[in-house]
Design a protein. Structure first.
Length: 313
């Protein structure tokens, strides 16, 4: 019987690969996706007032059906609102209609201290995104560590090409953010977690964090839950693949991109983000993540090196 790959954690492996293939780190925003309007940390910080952040809505059409109550595969763990973790935060932007949008993200450790991992489905659309920024530990209208403008968005080309169902196995993004207005990088300001690839599916205690939304405003605080994860093999032929599954109560639309975290000797490791199967699930008490593999590692390395990102074709 073939044994599954052992868990691999970053940044140790990634740093070895980066050392062998490293190129100059781009210092400007020339590689931003064509759909993202260039702005500065100061202008975005001024734009994203407490009122605008509170009014931002979940990505249109994503997990909007997560309102009903399908029973979970196992016991459903409770969730509670809290003030969040410094490394976990929210992407904010305005769409082509001028509506504020939001989605979750997590800072991961990297050589340039400027990478955030989120869900691919949140940022996949080629429609314009203005004032696209990341706010660590956003809660109650606050920006406790400031705001970091997005420079480049890295999404697997297969996710662009196949779409959110057929490409569900690649529903993650690695986002390079610029420094805040005073020149401080995101990881310097708020810290970062290791990134785990091939982490295994069965975990007894995983911490799930997400920012739930309503139809008219983002929840003022993120949700926190601890539960077990299991392997879920899709029964939907339109969305094939194996995914992490977790039963946590109340993770409605808006929680996309929220992290699956496990403890390690050096702190938390990021092993998934809410997304993947049906962009995170059809019901509020069951959430999913794409499984992090060598494809995730490759995307991380592209972001570290400052390569040109893939684009919608």
């Amino acid at each position: 019987m073939r044994r599954p790959p052992r868990p691999v954690f970053l940044p140790l492996l990634s740093l070895l690969l980066v050392a062998a293939t490293s190129t100059a780190h781009a210092a400007d925003s020339a590689g931003r996706t064509d759909s993202t309007e260039r702005s500065t940390a100061a202008s975005d910080d001024a734009y994203w007032t407490a009122r605008r952040m509170a009014a931002a809505q979940p990505v249109a059409g994503v997990r909007a059906a997560a309102r009903g109550g399908a029973p979970a595969a196992g016991p459903t763990a409770p969730s509670r609102p809290f003030d969040g973790l410094p490394q976990v935060g929210t992407f904010f932007w305005t769409d082509d209609t001028g509506t504020g949008r939001s989605c979750g993200g997590t800072i991961v450790r990297s050589p340039h201290r400027d990478l955030v991992v989120g869900a691919g489905h949140c940022l996949r659309t080629p429609k314009p995104k203005r004032h696209l920024s990341f706010v660590p530990q956003y809660h109650d209208g606050q920006k406790p560590f400031g705001l970091f403008p997005v420079e480049r968005v890295y999404i697997d080309q297969r996710y662009y090409d196949l779409g959110t169902d057929a490409g569900a196995r690649w529903d993650y993004s690695v986002v390079r953010v610029g420094p805040r207005a005073d020149g401080t990088e995101a990881q310097e300001a708020a810290g970062g977690f290791g990134l785990g690839v091939y982490p295994g599916y069965e975990h007894r205690r995983v911490r799930l964090i997400g920012y739930p939304g309503t139809d008219d405003a983002t929840h003022p605080k993120p949700l926190d839950c601890r539960s077990a994860t299991h392997r879920y093999t899709s029964t939907d032929p339109a969305a094939p693949g194996d995914f992490l599954e977790i039963a946590c109560a109340g993770y409605i639309g808006g929680t996309s991109g929220g992290p699956f975290l496990v403890r390690s000797l050096s702190g938390y490791r990021l092993i998934g983000v809410i997304g993947g199967y049906h962009t995170g699930g059809d019901f509020p008490d069951i959430s999913y993540s794409s499984y992090f593999t060598a494809d995730t590692l490759a995307l991380y390395i592209h972001a570290v090196r400052g390569d040109d990102p893939a684009r919608p074709r």
